[in-house]
Design a binder for this molecule. Structure first.
Ligand SMILES: Nc1ncnc2c1ncn2[C@@H]1O[C@H](COP(=O)(O)OP(=O)(O)OP(=O)(O)O)[C@@H](O)[C@H]1O
Ligand SMILES: [Mg+2]
Length: 247
């Protein structure tokens, strides 16, 4: 689904963002991207959604060469990729509903279908009841969940996240990590950049490590048992008992 072949990125000032990076991610995978500050994580993510073009090598997303994509085709690529950043980038004077429906509104979708997709995306992040709240009325974790709902609205195949918990305390970070796992379980390919080694070890899965632009690690970590719990256990209605176990 995402393939890098000897990808390099040198910035105009001569700074090396990535150097000879090759890897491939299967459809439906959950993968962490880690590495020290300046190791190239943001650069790598930006190249996937054509936020920038590589200086060397090739990148295929769904079999298409991203760097040679004509400008007119970039919106199609972006529709298959949702992106979540460290700063939530919500518009403060717009409601949750208006924030998440930014793209459908831009595409001229009618209000009824905007409501349908917004409700569905917000339900997935456990915030369907806060449609009319403003970002300032939400906690940091809730604001990030709105940003995730906004990224999910076009039903992307791939969800990229760049330090999505960088501004959150450990408790909220764990909530957000579990949300990404749940989104992945529902079929979306997830690539998540983070420094948070403790969370990575808790969640498990594949971990790609960058060191000054090079891919220096590619390992599989087993998840801890708690990582497989539902993200909304604490706040949602009680989970139904397993079939056969009900009294
Ligand atoms: N627009 C740019 N122009 C010039 N150099 C850049 C640019 N963006 C990144 N770099 C350089 O490329 C290298 C990789 O940066 P990148 O932002 O990808 O790292 P990162 O792993 O995301 O770091 P952090 O964890 O701090 O976010 C760094 O040396 C950085 O200074
Ligand atoms: Mg970065």
């Amino acid at each position: 689904m995402i393939q890098f072949f000897h990808v390099g990125k040198t910035y105009p000032g001569g700074q090396v963002g990535l150097d000879d990076v090759s890897f491939s991610l299967e459809r439906g995978a959950f993968t962490f991207l880690t590495g020290a500050s300046g190791s190239g994580k943001t650069t790598l993510l930006r190249l996937i959604y054509r936020g920038d073009v590589p200086s060397k090598g090739q990148i295929l997303v769904n079999g298409r060469n991203v760097s040679s994509l004509p400008r007119s085709k970039i919106p199609y690529l972006r529709r298959t990729i949702g992106v979540v950043f460290q700063t939530f980038l919500l518009i403060e004077r717009k409601t949750v509903f208006e924030n998440v429906t930014y793209l459908p509104r831009l595409l001229g979708q009618d209000l009824a279908s905007q409501k349908k997709v917004a409700f569905e995306a917000l339900r997935r992040v456990g915030l369907a009841h806060r449609l009319s709240a403003f970002p300032s009325e939400l906690s940091g974790g809730e604001q990030q969940r709105v940003a995730i709902a906004r990224a999910l609205i076009a039903r992307p195949d791939i969800l990229l996240a760049d330090e999505p918990t960088g501004n959150l305390d450990p408790e909220l970070s764990w909530e957000i990590f579990k949300l990404f796992l749940e989104i992945n379980r529902q079929g979306t390919t997830v690539l998540l950049a983070t420094h948070d080694r403790a969370m990575i070890e808790r969640v498990g899965h594949r971990v790609l490590t960058l060191g000054t632009g090079h891919l220096v690690g590619d390992e599989m970590l087993p998840p801890t048992p708690t990582a497989t719990e539902s993200p909304w256990r604490e706040t949602a209605a009680p989970l139904p008992t397993e079939p056969g176990l009900a009294p």
